[in-house]
Design a protein around this ligand. Structure first.
Ligand SMILES: Nc1ncnc2c1ncn2[C@@H]1O[C@H](COP(=O)(O)OP(=O)(O)OP(=O)(O)O)[C@@H](O)[C@H]1O
Ligand SMILES: [Mg+2]
Length: 421
């Protein structure tokens, strides 16, 4: 974020290159502040990618709905801001996993993963190994060597056959004692047998991030809401971030990109329950640090600063703190940035939409009052799907046939591989 003087008034402006994290207890207006920041960034021509993690309600989709009269605080504030409500275009995406087929859902682009894009970063996540063992090297090599039309079953068979009858070049790597056993890899991969997620390079439903982000106008919302398995859910997020990073590094996407990760703690908790989350935080920290130099800004939000993995939170160069009365949290923040008593008091007294910078450079500027977004917001008890259906009945779709098609393609791949044995 940068601060500029515009017509004698100091204004926070999007930009400046650093990742931004909003922190504050529930109901302080973090999401509203994130939404306003999104609007400002989008206005300047940046691409907006929103990753909705682990929420059944599609909070970020509300920008596409009408701002209802009964949210008077919002309409009044817009008047005060000299603005009128304005809807945003959205495009919703979901990985082909557990998509409900018995009912209609808001129009969604269902995507699969290109198996050849499962690179070292993703295999180290899948097998929870930050250093590359020899078995993982073999897996990576086998993936690299897959042909255009070869997919999951080809990979599986190649690995399996190789285990019995070592193909010289491919398995020469298996000389070192490896910490991850070859059978573990096969066992783990067999989890993907019943789910058409990993598809051949030439499969039409693979996420083509360059093509999708060719459109600047809609907010690109990547939802994970139907994915039940937390490891697959995080894989979807990691795959997406990795695709964006690679495309940007290769110069295939010209515009700057903003990626929004509200509820960051679901992705990078400080005390993770599962092992895969630990490695995920490490990988995220790595991705976040390269993103900055590539023209990708991350905007995150969380209720407690201390609940985010320390590596991940340190990747954020700007932390905006909203009202917090949790004493242990205040103590922790104070010990990190050296708040004195009056500063702590001020934070406990912040109002709706007010935030103060944690960084020394800006906190002398006091508190900042954020404008509200011009679009509707996910107010308590509102269900996105229900309101979307009311407003856009024609955009409610049933994906039964599409999901079936993807599955039958996957099954055909299996039969082809079995047939060739
Ligand atoms: N200026 C305001 N005046 C009145 N009510 C407000 C104002 N700002 C926010 N609110 C209310 O607070 C609610 C919470 O805002 P928001 O969703 O941005 O909070 P949050 O910090 O993201 O919370 P959570 O951590 O639960 O996600 C809003 O939905 C709105 O009802
Ligand atoms: Mg929120």
């Amino acid at each position: 974020m940068i601060i500029r003087e515009i017509a004698g008034i100091q204004k926070l402006q999007a930009g400046g290159g650093g990742h931004i994290l909003f922190v504050g207890q529930t109901g302080t207006g973090k999401t509203l502040a994130v939404e306003r920041t999104q609007e400002e960034e989008h206005k300047t021509g940046k691409l907006m990618v929103i990753i909705e993690n682990a929420k059944s309600n599609l909070e970020s989709g509300f920008c596409n709905l009408t701002l209802q009269e009964r949210y008077k605080y919002h309409l009044d504030k817009l008047k005060f801001q000299g603005e009128t409500p304005q809807k945003k275009d959205i495009k919703i995406y979901h990985l082909n996993n557990n998509i409900p087929t018995y009912k209609k859902i808001p129009e969604t682009k269902i995507w699969t993963m290109n198996i050849k894009h499962i690179d070292r970063l993703l295999t180290s996540y899948l097998f929870e190994e930050s250093s590359e063992s020899s078995s993982i090297s073999i897996l990576n090599t086998a993936i690299e060597r897959l042909k255009d039309n070869e997919g999951f079953f080809d990979l599986f068979m190649k690995l399996k056959k190789g285990d019995i009858k070592a193909e010289k070049d491919l398995f020469s790597l298996e000389s070192k004692a490896s910490s991850i056993n070859f059978n573990t890899i096969l066992n783990y991969l067999s989890r993907f047998r019943d789910q058409a997620i990993l598809m051949p390079n030439n499969y039409e439903k693979n996420l083509d991030i360059v093509k999708e982000l060719g459109e600047q106008k809609p907010y690109h919302i990547f939802s994970n809401r139907y994915i039940a398995d937390s490891k697959v859910r995080d894989l979807a997020t990691l795959y997406l971030l990795n695709e964006i990073r690679k495309a940007k590094a290769q110069g295939l996407i010209k515009r700057e990109i903003v990626i929004v990760l509200d509820e960051l703690k679901t992705l990078a908790p400080n005390n993770p329950l599962f092992n895969h989350q630990k490695i995920l935080s490490k990988l995220l920290t790595e991705i976040l640090s390269v993103c900055r130099s590539l023209g990708i800004t991350i905007i995150g939000a969380t209720q407690l600063y201390g609940e985010i993995d320390s590596g991940v939170r340190q990747s954020f160069s700007e932390v905006l703190l909203g009202r917090t009365t949790a004493l242990s949290e205040l103590k922790e923040i104070s010990s990190i940035v050296g708040f004195d008593y009056s500063m702590r008091q001020m934070i406990m007294e912040l109002e709706f939409n007010q935030f103060t910078f944690l960084s020394q450079e800006y906190n002398r500027m006091g508190t900042w009052h954020f404008h509200l977004p011009r679009h509707a917001h996910a107010e308590r008890n509102l269900v996105f799907d229900r309101l979307f259906e009311k407003e856009y009945p024609d955009k409610m779709k049933n994906y039964k046939d599409e999901v079936k098609d993807i599955m039958s393609n996957f099954k055909m791949q299996e039969e082809r591989v079995r047939g060739s044995l």
